[in-house]
Design a protein around this ligand. Structure first.
Ligand SMILES: CC(C)(COP(=O)(O)OP(=O)(O)OC[C@H]1O[C@@H](n2cnc3c(N)ncnc32)[C@H](O)[C@@H]1OP(=O)(O)O)[C@@H](O)C(=O)NCCC(=O)NCCS
Length: 186
């Protein structure tokens, strides 16, 4: 497996990465990219300036994972969006390698923080299905995964829960915010 920048002229790879999005988020309701066309738009967006777009290629040169980074706050903070690994290739360290490579790229560009929003649309964590008001921080302090949710994946990589957008996807369906410092402060 190797990780490289996705390039605009690689139209075949762009289509295959878009298919990864369609397949990889099929457990989401509503699906963020229900059609190949919408997914292709998302992948093409990632090739714009102030973006990082990294693809993991299998030994036989097929895209099996993809991660994007978006520059915010004058480059101090980057958003990890999105991340997907093909189902048949999961739990082999590819997601970890993609995140680590993005972290390094962000740090090399002077970024301090990498953050992400991870939706809970189906009560996959204790913050889903709950009324987070009036004390969302209390809900976050003890947040646990109770279904399929990548929270623990990101925790293993050093991300911590930093906030929540209540009802981001409808009542009781929040977006959970996580972040990590990617530059060592001496
Ligand atoms: C989340 C995702 C990118 C992880 O990719 P991956 O290549 O399987 O991850 P890795 O193999 O690097 O896993 C690293 C560790 O996290 C664990 N892990 C991976 N996915 C996990 C999950 N959903 N829940 C809990 N732990 C998980 C692995 O078991 C491994 O643990 P270990 O180091 O103790 O062995 C992949 O499952 C995926 O594409 N999911 C669907 C799309 C998605 O949810 N994207 C994130 C949206 S915010």
């Amino acid at each position: 497996m190797r990780i490289s920048d996705l390039e605009l002229e690689e139209s075949g790879a762009i289509r295959q990465v878009a298919q990864l999005l369609v397949d990889g988020f099929s457990h989401f309701n509503p699906h963020p990219w229900p059609t190949l066309s919408l997914a292709t738009d998302e992948v093409e967006e990632s090739l714009k300036p102030d973006r990082i777009s990294l693809v993991a290629m299998s030994k036989d040169d097929r895209p099996v994972g993809w991660i994007g980074g978006i520059r915010h706050y004058d480059g101090n903070v980057w958003e990890l969006h999105p991340l997907v690994v093909a189902e048949a290739f999961r739990k082999k360290g590819i997601g970890t390698s993609l995140v680590r490579t993005l972290e390094k790229r962000v740090a090399d560009q002077g970024g301090l923080t990498l953050y992400l929003g991870s939706d809970d649309v189906n009560g996959a964590t204790t913050a889903g299905g709950a009324n987070l008001y009036p004390d969302p921080i209390k809900h976050l302090a003890g947040i646990r995964v109770i279904g399929y949710h990548p929270l623990e994946f990101y925790r293993k990589l050093g991300f911590v829960v930093t906030g929540v957008v209540p009802d981001a996807n409808g009542l009781g369906r929040p977006d959970i915010l996580m972040a990590k410092r990617v530059r060592r402060i001496t």
